[in-house]
Design a protein around this ligand. Sequence first.
Ligand code: 2IP
Ligand code: CA
Ligand code: CA
Length: 342
Amino acid sequence: MKNILETLINASEKAACVARSCCAGSKNEVLLVAEKFDGDANARFERDFKTIADVLAQEAAKTEIARHFPELADHVRGEECSEIGGVRIELRENIEGTTDLLQYLVAPAIAKRMAEAAHRDTEHTFCDNLPNIPEIDTSDVGIWIDPIDATAEFIAGVQGRADADRGLPCVTVLIGAYLRSTGEPIVGVINQPFYNNGKGRVVWGLNYQESRETGGNDIPDTNESNIILISSAEKPEVAEKFKQAGWEVKSAPGAGHKLLKVAIGEATAYIMSQGTTFRWDTCAPHSILRAKGGDLISFSTKSPITYNDEMHMEPQHYSNKDGIIAFTDVATLEKIKKILEN
Ligand code: 2IP
Ligand code: CA
Ligand code: CA
């Protein structure tokens, strides 16, 4: 039987396959895009969108998790609801069934391509040489999924109108497990589907009881100091404090993309002073940061973010409302605190 780490890696790769399937056809094909309104929309954007790929990718990941751990089926939560364009998306028994369903929304050729991706066998992708991990009591586990992070960059990339540093490589799939009893993140996978021209890569972390481990493929050996990542929506005064302290301030799209860079040492930390990230953005990276000796804490209160929120209809309820600070070592946090005090 697969362990939870392997299952989450496979689930992330299912979502990654769905994301990549949108790029296979001609640029003129229509990527079904629906606008999110009111409670569903992220206040960070003037207009917020989701695509059929977001919804199908989440369903494919969920189905994979429930296949190996049926007891988790009711404890997997994601950013998206399963409805788009008046159709409830699910993975049917086989490619033909899923193609039939998707055809209500998109042309037959696209429906088939997306269904094939959602059903693709990912058993062996990124799963060679994984370590044995301790047995995890799944009766206490919950999961958060962001099937496609940086949807705006995804849409621009698929439609061929993204700048070189803003398009598809900013897209990540984020799947994190936490303990329902404490809200603590325990296993996380960041999948970057379009890394290296679509070859893709994953980074994972385990933070369970005494075990702390990280791994992945194509991870550079870097450990940058004094580089802080921020959103383009960050308040200028926050960036200014870091500049004054001699740090390099870089803006990059995608919460998952920024967290990935911190996790692999391409940046020292990521800070967001406002509530524009959500539990599904941070749960997966959080385990990786913890496994490295760091953490992901609230910008305002400095207490660690937890993930065992009560169920709620309003997605806003799941926002990291007081902002976040993400880092891989305690010394960095101390430096950041001093800078912010000024
Ligand atoms: C978004 C996405 C945005 C990010 C925002 C997230 O998630 O990661 O890029 O803003 O905080 O909620 P920014 O790029 O300014 O950091 P999604 O694309 O899943 O809605
Ligand atoms: Ca997101
Ligand atoms: Ca998303």
